[in-house]
Write a protein that binds this ligand. Structure first.
Ligand code: KIV
Length: 265
């Protein structure tokens, strides 16, 4: 449990059929909690846009915003592998910009970057990044940066799409990705991809057969009122925090806090 997790560790875990545990984090205390709980991979996801920054989608998230959160998360981690999301338009447009942007994230403390999709420009970017020593995690299925193309948050890879998704998974592996996130796809397809690939698959809404699982911090801990089929709430912190804040407001108004106990002579 205590050895530093690297991209090599994840490959070994797949071979040994050990499940990979991954979660998103966006700040120092969350990162430290995830690390001490023994989580293997921490992702500074562009979901920071929805969960922390108040955007409707991940599309407005900028590289500078990921860098800012990444630096805080870096300071909280000792063991877990730190992966940073490359935001929309920071990769897959020009190869040299993709590599430079990935390099900025590595210089801010990431040990790998994550990109969505498997179009030819993205595959080219993966090859170039891997070529200069930047490990790349791929992300297929319901990739939120393409939400407008999908026309909403819906299951991907059903019916005729299944073959294309399997081919995309093989393509990102051939391009050099060290792992692939599979988001909201049928469990049977995720199983087929997991059995076909040599690199680990990390599911979110992709059933029980992936090599590991990733969840969003806020969904897992119930920090937002919304619930999702692909997520399980292990706590209901939204209610806990709201209750605490209401009690604080009430006690201040009723002059019950602060008391002498909290005062200085
Ligand atoms: O941004 C994110 O949080 C992600 C995970 C859902 C995999 O990409």
């Amino acid at each position: 449990m205590s050895e530093k997790v690297t991209v090599r560790t994840l490959r070994q875990m797949k071979t040994r059929h050990e499940r990979i545990v991954a979660i998103t984090a966006y700040d120092y205390p969350s990162a430290a909690l995830a690390d001490s709980a023994g989580v293997d991979v921490v992702l500074v996801g562009d979901s920071v846009g929805n969960t922390v920054l108040g955007y409707d989608t991940t599309l407005p998230v900028r590289l500078e915003e990921i860098e800012h959160h990444l630096r805080a998360v870096r300071r909280g981690l000792k063991r877990a592998l730190l992966v940073a999301d490359m935001p929309f338009l920071t990769y897959g447009v020009s190869v040299s910009e993709s590599v430079q942007n990935a390099g900025r994230l590595m210089q801010a403390g990431a040990e790998a970057v994550k990109v969505e999709g498997a179009t030819e420009p993205v595959l080219e970017a993966i090859r170039a990044m891997v070529g200069i020593g930047i490990p790349v995690m791929a992300h297929l299925g319901l990739t939120p940066q393409s939400i407008h193309q999908f026309g909403g948050y819906r299951v991907q890879g059903r019916g005729e799409q299944a073959r294309a998704l399997l081919q995309s998974a093989q393509a990102v592996q051939s391009a050099g990705a060290f792992a692939v996130v599979l988001e909201v796809i049928p469990a049977s397809l995720a199983q087929q991809i997991t059995e076909t690939l040599e690199i680990p698959t990390i599911g979110i809404g992709a059933g029980v057969h992936c090599d590991g699982e990733i969840q969003v911090w806020h969904d897992l801990l119930g920090l937002n009122p919304q619930t999702f089929k692909h997520a399980k709430r292990y706590a209901n912190l939204h209610e806990v925090i709201q209750g605490a804040l209401r009690a604080y407001a009430r006690e201040v108004r009723e002059r019950k806090f602060p008391t002498e106990e909290h005062s200085f002579e």
